[in-house]
Ligand binder design. Structure first.
Ligand SMILES: [Zn+2]
Length: 310
């Protein structure tokens, strides 16, 4: 017992050192049993989309059409699977297929069939004003976060369009940099909030119109930091294969970050334009798989009832 326990601690220390020093080669991953090479098998995660609207007819404004929602989930999967022929494809040697796929829930918490889309007319519901956060929207609907990834689409103030695209709560794990994620308090809801105008594809006059907001927020939900981390060249995003940068990465043009390296403009964990985003790196993928393996709630998602028909 004692030996096993101390061996476990040694492995955990080795793991932390690996994350801090990893050069992200295949060899280093293979010699570190605690971080698996991203799975040979695909991991499926269930989603529920709570469409929060103000009584608009179906398919109008925030009461998004089913077609637009389904296309958004397709984009999410193209990005996470680095699908050839899609915007999410890249040939970068640092880029990878996360082997994570998302599925609209097939059953409700009550065991009823669903298409994974839950429409809520807010004009019929009284809530307390808690702000633009998950806990506020959970008053309308909140499904067990160990069985579903809760995603709320909703209008955010018009003045923030093209700026505040969405947000996500992060998982609390022992990964370095976890403190920079938006960690929910004990009574807070967890999930992802997306301004409806940035959900799915549209022709709005804005850089965020190809559905990459959800890809970015899902990265946070699975434990990724922005590429600039805490805006510190030394303590960055804890992924050595994303060039270090100490400020926010916007726009479409790459620039030099720390150590004279060119920033990875296409990384999903930037604030860059939707039309240049196309890469998760091997280190980022390893981080997400670490979360799926070690965070109780995120791990339970992989075995959720929502993945199966009732
Ligand atoms: Zn972000």
């Amino acid at each position: 017992m004692g030996l096993l326990a101390s061996k476990k601690i040694q492995l955990q220390i080795a793991l932390c050192i690996w994350i801090l020093t990893s050069s992200c080669t295949k060899d280093s991953a293979m010699t570190t049993p605690e971080i698996p090479e991203p799975g040979e098998d695909i991991v499926f995660l269930p989603l529920v989309i709570h469409v929060v609207h103000s009584g608009e007819p179906l398919g109008t404004g925030p009461n998004l059409s089913l077609e637009r929602i389904v296309r958004q989930i397709e984009i999410l999967n193209e990005d996470f699977r680095r699908k050839e022929g899609s915007r999410g494809h890249n040939n970068d040697p640092d880029g990878g297929d996360t082997k994570i796929e998302f599925v609209l829930a097939k059953q409700t918490p009550e065991g009823k069939p669903t298409n994974g889309v839950n429409r809520i007319d807010t004009t019929q519901i009284k809530t307390r004003e808690l702000g633009y956060n998950q806990t506020h929207y959970a008053q309308y609907a909140y499904w067990n976060p160990s069985q579903y990834i809760n995603i709320w689409t909703t209008p955010l103030p018009e003045s923030t369009e093209c700026m505040v695209l969405g947000n996500a709560t992060g998982p609390k794990t022992d990964l370095p940099g976890t403190e920079h994620l938006a960690l929910p308090g004990p009574n807070d809801a967890e999930g992802i909030l997306v301004n409806w105008i940035h959900f799915g594809e549209s022709n709005i006059d804005c850089h965020a119109r190809y559905g990459r907001t959800l890809t970015h927020e899902m990265g946070h939900y699975l434990g990724l930091l922005h590429t600039w981390g805490a805006k510190d060249c030394a303590l960055n995003d804890y992924c050595d294969d994303t060039p270090a940068v100490d400020r926010e990465v916007f726009g479409r043009e790459a620039f030099k970050g720390c150590n004279g390296e060119t920033v990875m403009i296409g990384n999903y964990m930037n604030y860059t334009h939707d039309d240049v985003m196309n890469i998760f790196t091997h280190d980022q993928i390893a981080r997400m798989h670490y979360v799926l393996k070690n965070h109780t709630g995120r791990n339970a998602l992989t075995r959720s009832i929502a993945l199966k028909n009732p």
